[in-house]
Design a protein around this ligand. Structure first.
Ligand SMILES: *[C@@H]1O[C@H](CO)[C@@H](O)[C@H](O)[C@H]1NC(C)=O
Ligand SMILES: *[C@@H]1O[C@H](CO)[C@@H](O)[C@H](O)[C@H]1NC(C)=O
Ligand SMILES: *[C@@H]1O[C@H](CO)[C@@H](O)[C@H](O)[C@H]1NC(C)=O
Ligand SMILES: *[C@@H]1O[C@H](CO)[C@@H](O)[C@H](O)[C@H]1NC(C)=O
Ligand SMILES: *[C@@H]1O[C@H](CO)[C@@H](O)[C@H](O)[C@H]1NC(C)=O
Length: 507
């Protein structure tokens, strides 16, 4: 009896805790048209920002009255992060000057402690959920965006993000040394700017995850703890980073300026690499009947090949050739129809090459080499910036593929078993990957983008490796080993019954 009492008590307590936690998260302040939000910054430091969840009424203007700024603050980065919709944050009541306001969904303005009113305008016909943030820095901190040359406002602590289907380009402006005199100090290389990056879980478009991820990337300490630093490119301005777009995976990008022992964070930027609210179709990877059909077909062909391939090894060897041909065709011509035609073309070439003894099996081995090249590109560390050079990249890629193909040639017939096992298991994994939304498909997609998308050489690949990806990475070798073991069993059984059944039919 006492056990059930304690059990009930525990359940009751956990419910209370849960409801308190929920209370805290949904403690949103509603801002109607013309309202004034008192922002009390008494206990503001660079390690403890002021944060407040707000909801801004449709077609409204409101203002923030900043009071009680702690005396140690030299400047404040005042930010507003909205979910999906754009708002205007402005120094002026009339919002007219584009150089006195900033428009977007992750925006911020530099503010002196003496200036105490900022304005926000929501032009959308929707109520907009937002997070209000203020971070204060002392007079020894560098000023993020203090040496702005390109953006509209005089000081630009925010990032500009350009997104398309394949890449996300994040630009910030140089930081200035601390404002001790009237003019900012913008000598070169005085202040370093680094960028950090953090993924959300895939396909998590919830408000709470969005805001909590941003809250975890506001202060320099949190950013260094929760984010991953990304290397700057040697090719263009150190203020720009280009990221591979992982559709449906939210990510936060934030720059940190460092001057001596002091650092200051820029306003974090955000992208899902699609628009879940405004344009939900942009987040679909498999859209339409044909792509779904091909995905299902790919799954069953892969599965059949895994289970029965050892009986029909010649048919099985067609798969890798066809797969590689299709990918090449798609990369070169951009439609899946041409891709499939090219796949058939590759099969014809392969059958032809069977009649020339030195080329025998070379093409099959090359498919494995190519595939490993793709895997190497997918998992290459972003610090390996030398691969941004197209010449070096393709030399490296082709040498790796040829090297693997030649090594495989030494393994004779075993090589084709390994190749078939790799491809049939990958076809199963690939279609599972499309259905569960993990990111192993980018092994192939990145290769296609590298060929087809201009400027993709500069993109940071760094894939999000999350629970689902790890499950698939574990499942993949199991499937491949299953296929190899079936082949071995077949060979062993035929040897023990002393039949002359070679591993592979000869031509
Ligand atoms: C600001 O907050 C502090 C403590 O957090 C409080 O003591 C003070 O009265 C507040 N001031 C205003 C104007 O609300
Ligand atoms: C801003 O807050 C201060 C101090 O609380 C107050 O005196 C002032 O009237 C407020 N300004 C506006 C526009 O509400
Ligand atoms: C802070 O708030 C208190 C009242 O809560 C007020 O007396 C004091 O003048 C304020 N200080 C500043 C710097 O605004
Ligand atoms: C927000 O603004 C950006 C650029 O200013 C634009 O590309 C985007 O479509 C806007 N979003 C919405 C929801 O209007
Ligand atoms: C902002 O724009 C106004 C005109 O629209 C111009 O007079 C002013 O010099 C500009 N200020 C800056 C800092 O560029």
């Amino acid at each position: 009896m006492s056990r059930t009492f304690i059990g009930d008590l525990l359940i009751f307590l956990s419910l209370v805790v849960a409801s308190l936690a929920k209370e805290k998260l949904t403690n949103t302040l509603f801002l109607g048209d013309g309202s004034v939000l008192q922002v009390n910054l008494t206990s503001l430091h660079d390690y403890s920002p002021y944060t407040k969840r707000i909801a801004i009424e449709a077609n409204s203007k409101s203002m923030f009255n900043v009071t009680n700024v702690s005396s140690s603050a030299s400047f404040i980065i005042f930010q507003i992060h909205t979910y999906q919709y754009n708002v205007t944050l402005s120094y002026d009541k009339d919002y007219l000057d584009s150089n006195r306001s900033v428009f977007g969904s992750n925006v911020g303005l530099f503010s002196k402690p003496t200036r105490n009113i900022l304005y926000v305008r929501n032009d959308n016909v929707h109520k907009v959920e937002a997070l209000l943030v203020a971070v204060a820095y002392n007079d020894k901190s560098p000023v993020p965006g203090g040496c702005n040359m390109e953006f509209n406002t005089e000081i630009a602590p925010y990032a500009m993000v350009q997104t398309d289907d394949t890449m996300i380009i994040v630009d910030v402006q140089p930081a200035s040394a601390p404002f001790n005199s009237v003019r900012p100090n913008c000598e070169k290389n005085v202040v370093t700017v680094e960028m950090y990056h953090r993924f959300l879980s895939s396909w998590d478009f919830s408000l709470d995850s969005y805001f909590s991820t941003i809250i975890n990337m506001l202060t320099v300490t949190d950013i260094k703890e929760n984010g991953v630093e990304v290397t700057s490119s040697s090719v263009f301005s150190p203020m720009r980073r280009v990221f591979n777009a992982y559709t449906g995976v939210g990510s936060v990008y934030v720059a940190v300026a460092t001057y001596g022992d002091y650092s200051a964070a820029y306003v974090p930027a955000f992208s899902y690499a699609c628009h879940p609210i405004v344009d939900p179709d942009s987040c679909k990877i498999l859209s339409g009947f044909w792509s779904n059909f091909i995905c299902v077909l790919c799954f069953f062909v892969g599965l059949l090949s895994l289970c029965l391939g050892h009986h029909l090894i010649l048919v099985d060897m067609v798969l890798p050739i066809f797969f590689m041909g299709t990918v090449f065709g798609y990369a070169a011509l951009g439609t899946i129809g041409f891709g499939l035609l090219m796949g058939l073309g590759f099969i014809v070439v392969w059958l032809g090459s069977k009649f020339i003894s030195i080329f025998d099996n070379l093409m099959l081995n090359l498919t494995l080499g190519w595939f490993f090249g793709c895997v190497a590109y997918f998992s290459s560390p972003d610090s390996f910036t030398i691969l941004q050079n197209d010449g070096i990249f393709w030399t490296f890629f082709v040498s790796l593929s040829l090297g693997i193909a030649l090594i495989m040639k030494l393994l004779l017939d075993v090589a084709s078993v390994i190749t078939c096992a790799t491809f049939s298991s990958f076809m199963v994994i690939l279609s599972l990957d499309y259905w569960i939304g993990s990111s192993l498909k980018y092994i192939i997609i990145n290769f296609i983008r590298r060929i087809a998308v201009e400027g993709f050489n500069l993109a940071i690949i760094e894939p999000p490796t999350q629970t689902m990806d790890i499950c698939l990475i574990v499942l993949w070798p199991c499937l491949a080993l299953y296929r190899v073991s079936k082949q071995c069993l077949r060979v062993c059984s035929s040897e023990s019954s002393s039949e002359t059944d070679p591993l592979l039919p000869q031509f």
